[in-house]
Design a protein. Structure first.
Length: 157
């Protein structure tokens, strides 16, 4: 008699695989194959548009500073809106790749938009500033007077 804790055991299938199981297995292999083909034809590293904007937000004494990574965009394609307590950042990009040749292998056009929203409270709307430089969007959101923390250190004797 075998000790099941030390010897591998073989499982026997008592029923044939269901249609759903076969379909799921086939789809996994098909997705893997399509991924290999896409990588082969996209060797230049271009991928579909990333659907998110990566952002860091810092709190300073009198303002919040938001820094968003947005490489590859033009300043004209970026929109920043502050409506009530909602800060909205969006951008659109059109891109076309053409490899010249009589019997071209690849011609692609891409159109994409990305966006991100943040809830911000206690912002002085008239003082908000945004600047886009070197793929980074910098937004300064000054705090309203009632949102600035006031206080002082009290010496303990």
């Amino acid at each position: 008699m075998r000790d099941r804790n030390t010897m591998p055991s073989r499982r026997r299938r008592s029923e044939p695989m269901s249609y759903e199981g076969i379909e799921e297995t086939f789809n996994k292999y098909l997705d893997s194959f399509v991924g290999y083909v896409d990588n082969f034809f996209n060797r230049d590293g271009q991928t579909a548009f990333d659907s998110s904007i990566k952002a860091d937000i810092r709190e300073c004494e009198k303002e919040y500073i938001l820094e968003a990574e947005m490489p590859g965009y033009k300043k004209e394609d970026i929109s920043v809106e502050l409506i009530d307590d909602q800060l909205n950042i969006s951008a659109k990009r059109e891109e076309s790749v053409e490899e010249a040749g009589k019997n071209y292998i690849r011609r692609e056009r891409r159109l994409g938009t990305v966006g991100r929203s943040f809830t911000v409270h206690g912002i002085k709307q008239e003082g908000v500033k945004a600047e886009y430089k070197d793929g980074m969007l910098h937004i300064v959101l000054p705090k309203s007077e009632d949102n600035i923390k006031r206080g002082k250190n009290i010496e303990v004797k």
